[in-house]
Design a protein around this ligand. Structure first.
Ligand SMILES: Cc1cc2nc3c(=O)[nH]c(=O)nc-3n(C[C@H](O)[C@H](O)[C@H](O)COP(=O)(O)O)c2cc1C
Length: 169
């Protein structure tokens, strides 16, 4: 397994439509004592308040939600196609019921109060800046509510400042 090298967000040179929307990512929060991870394919990266940021969206019933709430940092881990089945597992089973690392063979790396995965090709470390639930009154296109929130389980949006990017050479 090759080593990670640090790159600046501006030098990532990634198409995040592909990376997040098609390849998917693992959102992970917590430390060596307790952490959880889940697959996500909604979110983005960009610039806000003059900072490089990520945007992620987590429904309140996810076990991962408890960890993104409790911790100041979260990581986004991106993988090559080899790990698709691992991401499927982490996106369909809950950490309440399974040790996702043990089940998938992914290797958690814990450092400085955060967790990411050794098999990732890219890791983006984010510090929470802002969190707020999406709200029915905010939707201009109300059809999105019927399609996505029949149970009123609106995502919580987190804006995270990108503090570190680790890429495999
Ligand atoms: C491709 C894919 C994308 C997903 N994207 C999201 C997402 O952006 N936000 C979310 O809350 N759940 C998303 N999920 C669902 C969670 O990954 C899933 O409910 C997972 O089992 C939650 O695990 P947890 O309870 O251990 O947190 C996605 C699932 C898949 C398969």
């Amino acid at each position: 397994m090759s080593e990670f090298i640090a790159v600046t967000p501006e030098n990532l040179n990634e198409n995040t439509f592909e990376l997040i929307g098609k390849d998917w990512m693992l959102i992970t929060a917590g430390d060596e004592k307790n952490y959880n991870t889940m697959t996500a394919s909604w979110g983005g990266t960009g610039v806000l308040w003059n900072e490089p940021v990520s945007f992620i969206f987590i429904r309140p019933q996810r076990y991962t939600f408890e960890f993104t709430e409790k911790n100041g940092l979260f990581t986004l881990s991106f993988f090559d196609e080899t790990y698709r089945s691992a991401l499927r597992f982490c996106g369909s089973k809950s950490g309440r019921d399974f040790d996702k690392a043990a089940e998938t063979g992914l290797t958690p790396v814990h450092e400085d109060g955060l967790t990411y995965f050794a098999e990732a090709k890219l890791v983006v470390v984010c510090e929470k800046l802002y969190a707020q639930d999406l709200a029915a009154e905010g939707f201009i296109d109300k059809s999105i509510i019927d399609k996505n929130y029949p149970n009123n389980d609106f995502h919580r949006m987190y804006v995270g400042k990108i503090v570190k990017c680790l890429k495999k050479a």
